[in-house]
Design a protein around this ligand. Structure first.
Ligand SMILES: Cc1cc2nc3c(=O)[nH]c(=O)nc-3n(C[C@H](O)[C@H](O)[C@H](O)COP(=O)(O)OP(=O)(O)OC[C@H]3O[C@@H](n4cnc5c(N)ncnc54)[C@H](O)[C@@H]3O)c2cc1C
Ligand code: SF4
Length: 509
């Protein structure tokens, strides 16, 4: 008998290990392992998503005629032992996992198996466009690498938005058109959200009972938990919301945590949707004339470029990558990251959706929360742990490159050419937050000054040895160099005082 073992982030009906299964003789194993849920203190929304989606997937497989052994166990090992006793398999088939800790755990499990049980790993496509070896093979040498060339090559190889060997429209990127702030009464089509069904309600109760001390709220649960729902979310995004995705991709708006973002990452990352079908539907919308090129290209670049690129960097650089701290930031993450109660308006607008539903769009993650961690010199490992615990779509392979690499520059520029740091000016330009913030975005050293202002210059000053020669930062360093020494001193003093205040609980509401 063959066991085909499926994990909670591999819930895809087109997995090779399922397609080649013999429905009569093989058994599909799925284990809800309590110990896995305790590796970190995961958001209650995330635990609900995984358990509910696993239970739905198991039911769908049964309806299709598979034999499913669905177990709840204290650990994967215990669940496996019970399964082995009941079914006595002679081989186990698994899908490659991306996360390095899980890979290590499976290696250990395999070492402990009796010799008569064979283990076979199958491709993780279609969970990704590239399998592990293909992904690593596209990053030559030890880096640094460029996301842009990685993206262009994938566009060509998958023939996405291409006309012969040229990009449709003549340009590879329409980013220049995608930076409009969403002010002056702009409104967005509402995203499709879902009501918890009986299975999800049951899981929510269990999560509150067993993991009640985990962070985050569970007052509502809006995420798709089965393929049918994920497809509805995808279709509604493509028809109603993709057209405005591009223009306002980098914008932020008070009270609207979703805007035109797709909210599909939670479903893609557990296999309910494949990246290929998502990109194909977006491309088709362009050819059908229902979404403009700047929106479609901008969206496709996220899936084809960034998602695959980040995973490739992770695969190439782990396990050393998780410890990178090139800028030597050591401060603690303040407690308001867990309850969202903070006086800075941009921070409270960004933290509320995380606490409520485990979600932010990209710019809040990068230019508000990541920027805050850089400005206050917070430990990259503490920051990455927080991102890993709090987001509905978080997995090590996507969190570490995004947090340590893109947001915090803790890898010294392995995957992006310059740190994403800014003063309050950027947030003011791209959002309507500052007008209702108790801090003044125009002030630098006054008592009510926006904290990002002094901290931005302080960041540059602290890291001049590492960043001063960066061609993309030369201009800003020359501006800093020309400043009056007294003013520079006042800014540095203000920044030191802000960092000191944070350790004493400042900004917490
Ligand atoms: C500090 C930080 C932490 C992040 N943590 C995660 C995470 O834990 N899980 C996660 O899936 N993404 C993460 N991202 C990437 C990105 O922010 C999210 O994928 C996106 O916000 C999810 O929302 P959405 O589905 O509405 O995305 P959209 O804006 O609609 O984008 C479409 C899709 O593109 C993909 N995508 C876009 N950007 C990236 C990226 N940089 N890396 C990987 N995929 C990308 C996602 O699948 C996403 O669903 C992080 C980014 C930053 C800067
Ligand atoms: S003033 Fe500063 S702290 Fe307040 S919302 Fe604007 S950028 Fe954020």
């Amino acid at each position: 008998m063959k066991t085909r073992w499926i994990f909670g982030n591999q819930l895809c009906h087109d997995l090779p290990i399922l397609k080649e299964a013999d429905k009569k003789n093989d058994v599909i194993l799925m284990i809800e392992a309590k110990s896995r849920s305790l590796w970190q203190s995961y958001h209650k929304q995330k635990l609900t998503l995984i358990f509910s989606a696993m239970r739905h997937f198991a039911e769908e497989l049964k309806e299709k005629g598979y034999t499913v052994d669905y177990r709840k166990a204290d650990s994967f090992q215990k669940g496996w032992e019970e399964h082995k006793k009941d079914y006595e398999p002679d081989s186990v088939h698994l899908t490659h996992v991306s996360d390095s800790r899980m890979e290590k755990a499976l290696k250990k499990w395999q070492e402990g198996l009796p010799k008569k049980i064979d283990v076979h790993y199958e491709s993780e496509k279609p969970l990704f466009l590239l399998d592990k070896e293909e992904a690593k093979g596209r990053l030559k040498g030890d880096g640094p690498w460029k996301a842009d060339s990685f993206y262009r090559n994938l566009r060509k190889d998958f023939d996405i938005l291409m006309e012969d060997d040229q990009p449709v429209g003549g340009k590879w990127s329409y980013d220049q058109e995608n930076r409009k702030p969403a002010k002056d009464g702009v409104e967005f089509e509402k995203a499709r959200r879902f009501r918890p069904d009986d299975v999800t309600k049951q899981v929510m109760e269990e999560v509150e009972g067993t993991f009640g001390d985990h962070p985050g709220k569970l007052d509502s649960f809006p995420w798709p938990v089965k393929r049918e729902e994920a497809l509805k979310a995808l279709n509604q995004f493509i028809s109603d919301r993709l057209p405005t995705f591009g223009t306002y991709q980098d914008a932020m708006l008070t009270g609207d945590a979703y805007m035109s973002h797709s909210l599909l990452s939670s479903a893609i990352n557990i296999g309910l949707l494949t990246p290929e079908e998502v990109m194909d539907k977006a491309e088709q919308a362009y050819y059908d004339g229902t979404a403009p090129l700047n929106a479609v290209e901008g969206f496709i670049r996220q899936i084809v470029g960034w998602r695959e690129y980040m995973r490739a960097v992770y695969l190439k650089k782990m396990p050393a990558y998780k410890k990178v701290n090139e800028l030597k930031h050591e401060a603690d993450l303040p407690s308001f990251f867990w309850d969202g109660k903070v006086t800075m308006k941009c921070m409270s607008e960004s933290l509320k959706p995380v606490v409520d539903v485990g979600y932010n769009h990209h710019i809040q993650r990068l230019m508000v929360l990541g920027n805050f961690a850089n400005a206050f010199a917070i430990s990259p490992q503490q920051t990455a742990d927080w991102f890993n615990e709090m987001y509905i779509d978080a997995y090590d392979w996507v969190v570490l490159p995004n947090v340590l690499g893109m947001a915090l520059f803790a890898d010294g520029g392995l995957l992006s050419t310059k740190p994403y740091v800014s003063s309050g000016k950027y947030i003011h330009k791209m959002s309507d937050y500052c007008k209702s913030c108790p801090f003044n975005v125009q002030h630098q050293t006054e008592d009510d000054a926006c904290p990002f202002n002094a901290l931005y210059w302080d960041f540059l000053d602290r890291h001049e040895d590492k960043l001063g020669d960066n061609p993309r930062m030369k201009l800003i360093y020359s501006q800093w160099g020309k400043r009056d020494p007294e003013k520079k001193d006042a800014i540095k003093k203000k920044a030191a005082s802000l960092k000191q205040q944070l350790t004493k609980g400042a900004f917490h509401e």
